[in-house]
Design a protein around this ligand. Structure first.
Ligand SMILES: *[C@@H]1O[C@H](CO)[C@@H](O)[C@H](O)[C@H]1NC(C)=O
Ligand SMILES: *[C@@H]1O[C@H](CO)[C@@H](O)[C@H](O)[C@H]1NC(C)=O
Length: 437
């Protein structure tokens, strides 16, 4: 629903609320700055006003630019006031015109573009694996660390939002609800609870995804030629907050367990994807199925990312982590900028810049670059019911290695690191580490 029109007039913004004393004490230059600021701001506002009066209804935002005093936009009706709006997937009423509703809301509540909301979670009840909850805590700490470093919001969900959509289907109703709850987020980033971020400096290359609405790790030839069940991995993906995504979620969910024809879909998917191991319809097979069968409708907006480890199979990764650590330390020995101690807030950006030229391309298959995300597919840390092709110890050791590998990147800003990837003890880092050890 568009916000009500309100009367409006163009006003010069009042100066910002008092700041803590600044180093600048010269009253003349200060007031000159304020004047320059005011005239610049007024010109910008006027321009904005002229344009926006053609494309958007007038809003209270236009008459207040004081960032510390939000306009009374919370009083302006928005889509939240529509009693028929539902946070649930169909058969609840579907949402229409979401892009306009979201744009109007953003107009009332300005946020910087490209905001990301990370979504992850686990079951409502305790893990049956005795160490499962501890592992999930460490996996979540890992995501909280990355998100803090990159200004990303996180929502951890442990409630089953749709009672008949458990396990791998549970994220669909969550994504739907989160899109409505977070109109400020351009991207929703689903990350499975058993995935660890193993490059704390890496930044999602969002500029590459401008024309896509869903980004998932996968390979087009394995989808369209091999029709393989593992052609992509639905455990980590980016979904744009837009009408297309609401429609896609609704379509995707129709192959899920809340539908009476769930059993039928299991059979269809098994026939379509020859290497699918189990009979039930699962979210990953369903996504591949939609890519194959409804490519015309969805394909253009779905990007299969395979140029870096947007998500990587742990078996290929964990054995290499020790060697990767050594390569990065060698790099830091050569490059003084990488040895400098910095505040945590600026470390990732500064290191990214200093490392730029020294790293193998993220695409290099056997490069020694840190993999962005290490995914413990098949390990099932919470239930402990891991895939029989590897032992529980191998899974556990792999998880500890990856989580410690990531934690060392974080602890560096706090002056510590683990004495070894499998040792919980930490050692304090001397000045100029790793040249001085
Ligand atoms: C995909 O199919 C091609 C051709 O049939 C085959 O050579 C290749 O090994 C398959 N790849 C995978 C990963 O199954
Ligand atoms: C873990 O590291 C600490 C400190 O370096 C060391 O004293 C301890 O022996 C190590 N433990 C194991 C099991 O290696």
């Amino acid at each position: 629903m568009p916000p009500e029109s309100t009367s409006h007039s163009l006003q010069i913004p009042t100066p910002l609320t008092p700041k803590p004393p600044s180093r600048r004490t010269n009253a003349y230059s200060l007031s000159a700055d304020v004047l320059i600021f005011l005239s610049g701001a007024a010109a910008a506002l006027l321009l904005f006003y002229v344009f926006s009066s053609f494309i958007l209804p007038p809003t209270p935002y236009l008459v207040s630019s004081n960032q510390f005093q939000k306009p009374s936009s919370s009083d302006t009706p928005s889509f939240y006031d529509d009693p028929s709006l539902s946070y649930s997937l169909p058969p609840s009423p579907s949402v229409s015109d979401w892009d306009t509703k979201r744009r109007l809301w953003l107009h009332l509540h300005p946020f910087p573009p490209n905001r990301i909301l990370m979504l992850t979670g686990s079951q409502p009840s305790p893990c049956t694996n005795p160490i499962g909850d501890h592992l999930l805590l460490r996996f979540f700490k890992n995501k909280a660390d990355y998100s803090r470093l990159h200004g990303i919001d996180v929502f951890y969900n442990s409630a089953l939002l749709h009672p008949s959509m458990p396990s791998f289907w549970a994220k669909l109703p969550l994504l739907r609800a989160a899109m409505i709850a977070h109109p400020e987020a351009e991207w929703l980033w689903w990350v499975d609870s058993d995935a660890a971020i193993t490059d704390m400096e890496f930044q999602l290359p969002l500029q590459r995804y401008q024309s896509y609405n869903l980004v998932v790790h996968g390979w087009p030839n394995l989808v369209y030629e091999n029709r393989s069940w593992t052609a992509l991995n639905a455990g980590v993906f980016l979904l744009r907050n837009c009408q297309w995504s609401l429609d896609f979620l609704a379509r995707w969910a129709r192959l899920g367990p809340q539908n009476p024809d769930y059993k039928h879909w299991g059979e269809v998917l098994r026939a379509e994807l020859p290497d699918k191991l189990f009979p039930d319809s699962d979210d990953q097979s369903a996504l591949i199925y939609l890519l194959i069968k409804e490519k015309d409708r969805w394909g253009e907006k779905i990007h299969l990312e395979n140029e870096y480890y947007f998500e990587g199979y742990w078996v290929e990764i964990v054995g290499r982590l020790q060697g990767i650590t050594q390569k990065y330390l060698d790099m830091e020995k050569r490059e003084p900028e990488l040895r400098r101690r910095r505040a945590e807030k600026v470390t990732a950006a500064a290191n990214r810049k200093s490392r730029e030229n020294g790293l193998p391309a993220a695409t290099a298959p056997s490069g020694w670059r840190r993999p962005f995300i290490t995914h413990f597919t098949g390990c099932q840390p919470c239930s402990g019911k891991h895939n029989d092709i590897y032992s529980g110890e191998k899974c556990f050791e792999g998880m500890v290695r990856a989580l410690t590998f990531a934690d060392d990147q974080v602890l560096r800003s706090y002056g510590f690191r683990h004495s070894d990837l499998l040792n919980d003890s930490v050692v304090e880092l001397p000045f100029d580490f790793p040249v001085a050890v």
